[in-house]
Ligand binder design. Structure first.
Ligand SMILES: [Zn+2]
Ligand SMILES: [Zn+2]
Ligand SMILES: [Zn+2]
Ligand SMILES: [Zn+2]
Ligand SMILES: [Zn+2]
Length: 410
């Protein structure tokens, strides 16, 4: 059976698009992979693959800086190859690699550069990094000589779906086309119950779910954050929209790079406020860059009304942020797909929440997961905290191989 990725190739991707995803087995420039073509690994660092010399040259200008740093560190013995050990030891080793490379370059790594170091191929069982074979279906799980019999027990189908989604997403800009300004959103006469009804009302594609194309799924994923929060405001016992001029602060505990990628989607949440509002989105996570900017907002519903939008991000774990001088008290805390980061415990996370004592919105990928999180939080937290679990439902698009998480109300 062929992997669903066989022979796929994207032409004319610009660097900002192809850098949005890194995988050690795919050509970094055109996301090509084939069982019949041997990829060329970078001659210098051996950490990034290309389908041809031409694509290696295309990427050279961007890659040369980190490539030379890696080569120098290997020569000096400061970046070791991992030999064998537990997952935790391997992860610590990879994080140490990120740290020494950042020190060498005197800057934080870009998303794809960090992925390059963290996604270095290793055996699924012992984490050894040499003489590896790759699962021919999901292309994401590797085995060493000693463990090649074990190629069975891994989440192969889920990994295939994940990879297909990530690769398709490289092609599509997450920001919906400019004409989708959501000027009429929200409108009390047209309540939205599902993402599909939101689409019908505000994007007017009037297509049934069966005919959604891949960009529709990406855009629905993009909008799912602010719409989840909007859904919470419909019950004032859960989340209140202030009726005076106000600085509204949202903390987003960033668990994936999509949180940052979808930043501009939060503009739509400004449309919910009834008085001029300064919306401050603060993202906190160990994989973010330190940033501060004022993202673009629409003229008609935002600028003319006196709304403003500010964004800050901090590269640290949430409990460290809460105890730092950077901390600003939020009106709501959001964590999509609650997964603890490395080096973070539930006790630390929940203690950090108590400092803010404000509503927490978490999402989970299934009902079962949501229950699990709820009971974990219940066990730790003595204080009753309003917790809203909006559930993400997975829908399979008939027309593509991809499966994307999308927002829906239950
Ligand atoms: Zn290529
Ligand atoms: Zn290189
Ligand atoms: Zn092994
Ligand atoms: Zn597999
Ligand atoms: Zn606007």
């Amino acid at each position: 059976m062929l992997a669903p990725f066989e022979g796929l190739r994207f032409k004319y991707l610009k660097a900002d698009r192809y850098n949005s995803f890194f995988h050690p087995n795919f050509c970094h420039v055109c996301k090509f992979w084939s069982s019949e073509v041997n990829m060329i690994s970078c001659y210098n660092c051996d950490m990034i693959a290309y389908c041809c010399e031409r694509h290696m040259i295309v990427d050279q200008k961007q890659h040369v800086d980190i490539c030379n740093a890696i080569k120098k560190l290997i020569r000096e013995g400061k970046m070791r190859n991992f030999h064998e050990g537990t997952r935790e030891e391997w992860l610590n080793c990879k994080k140490e690699c990120v740290r020494v490379v950042e020190q060498e370059l005197a800057r934080s790594l870009l998303f794809h550069e960090e992925q390059m170091l963290l996604f270095a191929k290793s055996c699924h069982v012992c984490y050894k990094e040499t003489s590896l074979k790759t699962c021919p279906l999901c292309l994401s799980v590797n085995y060493c000589e000693d463990h090649k019999q074990n190629v069975g027990p891994h989440k192969c189908a889920a990994l295939q779906t994940w990879l297909a989604t990530e690769i398709q997403a490289v092609k599509v800009s997450p920001n919906p086309p400019r004409q989708f300004k959501f000027i009429n959103f929200p409108n009390a006469n047209y309540p939205i119950a599902t993402m599909n009804s939101f689409y019908d009302r505000y994007i007017r594609c009037s297509r049934s779910l069966k005919t959604w194309t891949f960009p529709d799924f990406i855009h629905s994923d993009y909008l799912s954050g602010p719409l989840t929060l909007y859904d919470c405001t419909r019950d004032p016992n859960v989340l209140q929209i202030p009726n005076t001029e106000y600085t509204y602060i949202i903390h987003i505990i960033a668990t994936s790079h999509f949180d940052r990628l979808y930043l501009r989607s939060w503009e739509i949440f400004l449309h919910v406020f009834i008085k001029p509002t300064k919306l401050v989105v603060i993202m906190v996570g160990p994989n973010l860059q330190e940033e501060c900017e004022a993202p673009d907002i629409c003229k008609l519903k935002c600028k003319n009304f006196g709304h403003t939008f500010h964004f800050l991000s901090h590269r640290m774990l949430y409990h460290d942020y809460v105890n730092s001088s950077l901390y600003r008290k939020p009106d709501v805390i959001i964590r999509f797909h609650v997964e603890l980061a490395d080096g973070e415990t539930w006790a630390q996370f929940l203690a950090a929440l108590e400092v803010s004592s404000c509503p927490l919105v978490i999402t989970a990928e299934s009902n079962i997961k949501a229950q699990e999180y709820r009971s974990k939080i219940g066990d730790f937290s003595k204080q009753a905290m309003p917790i809203i679990d909006q559930i993400y439902i997975t829908q399979v698009d008939q027309t593509t191989i991809a499966q994307v998480l999308m927002y829906d109300c239950i």
